[in-house]
Design a protein around this ligand. Structure first.
Ligand SMILES: [Zn+2]
Length: 416
């Protein structure tokens, strides 16, 4: 009885506080308001206030390989870098975390061979890119922190560090080997994009321009085994760059939530790299859907007709995806340093708050913005970790299958 009275008292106090804040919110100053549940009236101040607490998570490809030959000692991230990213601009943009893409491009088809077995240097090059990411992260310990779990991301952000997740952008970087996935995982890799702009042994790509001919019509059976192992380890399945068939098969096949690390909406701008509505409709909590987050790409070519890409156009993509999937399934991908041009008003990582301000103007609230700038992705990461824990707890065996077209090793004993 006494407990009930205390509980009722606490509830009333809470409701009274809520009424007070809702009723008097407008009277409070812009400086105080983020801490008591309201936003400053000025959308730019509001953006900065929210982003202090829920920093954006972005995707960063590989400038260091091209511009510095991977010489980490020559790279000075404290000064202005030639691309879109450096420490002062990351701080100005309130960036709390990002994906370091240990990307290596597709080999040309003649060098690779029709069964994808000849471009063996790609695994070496991928190891070099993972090395660059890890070396740069450890070169700036006051700024970056290598993070391999959702918990580590949260701790890094709360300590004022930029949480750094490593991924590889295209399963061609696995050299047709699921064992390579396990070893990349051991080095910190936590997402794998199933394809880049080329098909590979695991899945079909959407290519770059329309008209790429399908090879597997989605996932190959070896690709399904790859997803099984990614799910068991807790590596995020990334569907950016994949064909529509690959994306719709993979999102339903994966036992864990998936991501699009840098893709926009095809209904808003019709290019193959953007996600069509029929695939967006597979995202959600219903029986025939999967949890996912689509992180919007800023490349002007994917955003709008020539000369039309700006902050408003990027916000249109964010809102279109949100209208179909719900706001809990959108994020910011950007692809800074991976794209040549940028939209007007979003020239580098320091400009994120302007996009957030635009969305606040369009009515996005604090919780929705916090989701967009990081919380939605963290939910997906936690979901993937939960799936991995469950699969390991029930004794799911690692995948030891070999790529069937591999000429250099006998197949598994039970296949012989
Ligand atoms: Zn990409």
């Amino acid at each position: 009885m006494a407990r009930k009275i205390v509980w009722t008292g606490l509830t009333l106090l809470f409701v009274a506080a809520l009424v007070f804040f809702l009723g008097f919110a407008d009277l409070l100053s812009d400086e105080l308001s983020p801490w008591i549940g309201t936003l400053p009236n000025d959308p730019h101040k509001a953006a900065l206030a929210i982003m202090k607490q829920a920093p954006v998570i972005v995707h960063l490809p590989y400038l260091v390989r091209l511009a510095y030959g991977n010489n980490v000692s020559a790279v000075d991230l404290e000064t202005r870098m030639p691309g879109h990213v450096d420490i002062p601009r990351l701080r100005k943009g309130r960036v709390g975390g990002f994906f370091w893409s240990a990307y290596v491009g597709c080999a040309n088809p003649e060098e690779e061979g029709k069964d994808f077995t000849d471009a063996t240097w790609i695994v070496r090059d991928t190891l070099e890119q993972i090395d660059v990411a890890r070396e740069l992260i450890s070169k700036y310990p006051d700024t970056f922190q290598l993070t391999t779990t959702s918990r580590e991301v949260e701790v890094a952000i709360s300590n004022g560090k930029i949480a750094s997740l490593i991924g590889i952008e295209g399963a061609h970087q696995l050299g047709n080997s699921i064992a390579a996935l396990r070893q990349y995982y051991a080095l910190g890799v936590r997402y794998v994009t199933l394809t880049h702009i080329c098909h590979n042994a695991f899945a079909d790509s959407c290519g770059y321009l329309p008209g790429i001919k399908p090879l597997h019509h989605g996932l190959s059976s070896f690709g399904r085994l790859l997803i099984d192992e990614m799910n068991r380890l807790g590596v995020l399945v990334d569907l950016s760059h994949t064909s529509d068939d690959t994306a719709s098969q993979a999102i339903l096949y994966s036992k864990a939530p998936v991501i699009w690390s840098h893709s926009s909406a095809r209904e808003v701008h019709d290019v193959p790299r953007n996600v069509p509505d029929k695939v967006l409709r597979l995202i959600g909590k219903a029986e025939n859907q999967n949890d996912a987050v689509v992180m919007v790409n800023f490349s002007p070519f994917f955003i709008a007709d020539e000369g039309m890409a700006n902050v408003q156009a990027v916000a249109d993509h964010v809102e279109h995806i949100a209208n179909i999937t719900g706001k809990a399934h959108v994020g910011i991908g950007s692809d800074f340093d991976g794209i040549g041009d940028t939209p007007t008003g979003l020239e580098d990582v320091s400009k994120y708050p302007d996009l957030i301000a635009e969305l606040i103007t369009r009515g996005w609230n604090k919780v929705e913005i916090a989701g967009l700038t990081g919380d939605n992705l963290l939910r997906i990461l936690k979901g993937a970790e939960k799936t991995a824990r469950h699969m390991q707890a029930v004794g799911t065996a690692p995948i030891y299958d070999l790529y069937p077209k591999r000429p250099d090793l006998p197949l598994r004993q039970d296949d012989l």
